[in-house]
Design a protein around this ligand. Structure first.
Ligand SMILES: NC(=O)c1ccc[n+]([C@@H]2O[C@H](COP(=O)([O-])OP(=O)(O)OC[C@H]3O[C@@H](n4cnc5c(N)ncnc54)[C@H](O)[C@@H]3O)[C@@H](O)[C@H]2O)c1
Length: 342
């Protein structure tokens, strides 16, 4: 039987997330292989090519013009996501783009349009959807076994991206508004706004928030112009209400969890230090699922599989737009002091 050709993926932006997630996962994929790399700091692409093989492109446009490339993974700073995604889609390349989709809702609408008009598709790298705890929580909550979901509580708090960006300093793009967007609101909040809507199977309709810059500094020692903390209260169309705490200034152990309070018990998805789904039924019965150690994120594999099988995008542009709208509503509420209706 003829062996199927592997899906050939180019990587644009070869920093921390490309190195720790996408490149190793593509390298070990059954169905995808790495075509090559581009980074505007050429050494970053060259390092990856030496380690994994594959071409180094001088411009990302050269990668998009290469007929041997089926799709691209975009792992650059947020301000460049929209332009690269749109150009790739227009050239018929499949796009897996890191979150957030981009830094303005206008750009996000332009990506949605380019996606609709393209022969390929856009996928948002909303990896938390593929996490075992979240997929099981979604299955469980949507099965009705826990009764109605009444409320939720979510936290994502770590010590700041200047501690993991490939540029480990305050001059990282993450602490700059133009390159990042909304700081922790868009960087961390997008994960949780997306995964909670996805898990509940419904949309947020009302948002209220406080946000501020409590501690992070720009390279000159002035307060950074991004938000480093946000406390948000949200409500869905059916009335599920909850809070999302986002922080870049948690200098203790990282916190990353969501608890759904339901009629028949509580469902907790915890990501750190272990990936655990804990279900505690009203009455005390406890069920625990552990994720395997260092699981693959599943993002690249789902992307490549959908291309190979001619399926729809696993996390389409409209889904990404829907999560980004909530992120911008959080910022609007924090800025205006008003509850924002979506
Ligand atoms: N899904 C997740 O859990 C997750 C985790 C971390 C980062 N991210 C996202 O991944 C993206 C990259 O983050 P990171 O932590 O790897 O950042 P990073 O600073 O470590 O690396 C960014 C890399 O992209 C390059 N780059 C930046 N802008 C570019 C451009 N316009 N053209 C070409 N190269 C460019 C830089 O030189 C650097 O090598 C961001 O959008 C971030 O929000 C997602």
């Amino acid at each position: 039987m003829e062996e199927k050709r592997k899906i050939r993926i180019g990587v644009i932006g070869c920093g921390q997330i490309a190195r720790t997630r996408h490149i190793p996962e593509l390298h070990s994929s059954r169905i995808a292989e790495i075509a090559g790399f581009y980074d505007f700091i050429p050494e970053h692409a060259q390092d990856m090519s030496r380690q994994y093989g594959g071409k180094v492109y001088e411009q990302y446009k050269d990668m998009l013009d290469d007929s041997q490339v089926d799709g691209v993974v975009i792992c650059t700073s947020n301000d460049s996501h929209a332009a690269i995604s749109i150009e790739a889609l227009q050239k018929g390349k499949y796009v897996l783009c890191e979150k957030p989709m981009c830094t303005t809702l206008e750009d996000a609408a332009a990506v949605v349009k380019a996606d609709r008009e393209s022969s390929a598709f856009y996928m948002a790298a909303h990896n938390q959807r593929f996490n075992l705890g979240n997929s099981k929580a979604r299955e469980l909550l949507q099965s009705g076994k826990m009764g109605k979901v009444l409320a939720f509580k979510c936290t994502l708090a770590h010590s700041g991206p200047e501690r993991y960006s490939i540029n480990r300093s305050n001059s990282t793009w993450y602490l700059n508004k133009k390159a990042s967007g909304l700081g922790c609101i868009s960087d961390l909040g997008i994960h949780k706004c997306d995964v909670i809507q996805y898990t509940l199977g419904e949309s947020f309709t009302q948002v209220s928030a406080f946000a501020g810059t409590r501690d992070k500094k720009d390279p000159f020692g002035n307060p950074a112009d991004i938000y480093d903390n946000a406390v948000c209260i949200l409500k869905t169309e059916s009335g599920v209400m909850g809070s999302i705490n986002l922080s870049y200034t948690n200098y203790g152990p990282m916190e990353n969890s969501i608890v759904y309070y339901c009629e028949k018990g509580a469902v907790k998805v915890q990501y750190y230090p272990d990936c655990i789904l804990e279900v505690v039924m009203d009455g005390g019965e406890k069920i625990r699922f552990m994720s395997p150690e260092h699981p693959s994120s599943g993002v690249a594999e789902n992307f490549a599989e959908a291309i190979a099988d001619g399926k729809a995008s696993p996390v389409g542009a409209e889904e990404a737009y829907k999560a980004l709208r909530v992120v911008f509503a959080i910022e609007e509420s924090a800025r205006t002091g008003q509850i924002v209706n979506l």
